[in-house]
Design a protein around this ligand. Sequence first.
Ligand code: MD3
Ligand code: FE
Length: 240
Amino acid sequence: MIPLPMREIAPGAVHVPGWLTLDEQRRLVRECREWARGPVPIRHTVLPGGGVMSVRTVCLGWHWQPYRYTRVAHDVNGRQVAELPGWLADLGRRALADAYGHSVAYEPDTALINFYDGQARMGMHQDKDERSDAPVVSLSIGDSCLFRFGNPQTRGRPYTDVRLASGDLFVFGGPSRFAYHGVPKVYPGTGDPATGLASGRLNLTLRVTRPAVTYPNSSSDSVRRSVRSTLAGSSSGPST
Ligand code: MD3
Ligand code: FE
């Protein structure tokens, strides 16, 4: 087995070139085509200021509309977005485990799928609409691009430029989760048509938009204290 040349670009930001097999890329391209059809079709997101993103986006699980996540796509056709399939969440867990070298509890509830034609770009931004600091898993398919990974403080320097190619995995967690980043350029004609994508670039990101519900263990001290104080204050407590 040949280990993949993994690279930690910054603390918590791990690039794993060629992580997806060609078969996995082909399946994702096929599924993305279906998701792009609906129930909420892929579209150019319109920003509150009236700007239109050059990238086209379709969402699963929760719908992103700047700058919030909703179940219903009020800005497209008023329909509820498709569910995030379990196999895609599984793929996200496997991605995190491979990038970080150990398995982790990870329950992504949302996928954003971006399609770039040769002219599309994404300006430097932070992803801050998620109510969780869980890592973001990014998968690229099709044409290569120039990906600019910055810092959590400013849009500008210092940043690191990385070329992302078809099949690449990138994980953004820990201190890198709120770094500025963008896609200044796509390189047309660099993708392998065998993925099923003749031109352009697909990027899938898996995200946790709301904190997972956790139930305290009934034997925990905080629960026992709470039960004790509830019983102490009630008139119908256990008969003694
Ligand atoms: C770093 N997408 O959808 S993926 C986005 O290639 C987005 O379509 C780009 O930025 C794309 O928001 C870049 C890499 C990425 C995604 C999310 C991140 C990097 C990130 C969130 C936090 C930090
Ligand atoms: Fe982003």
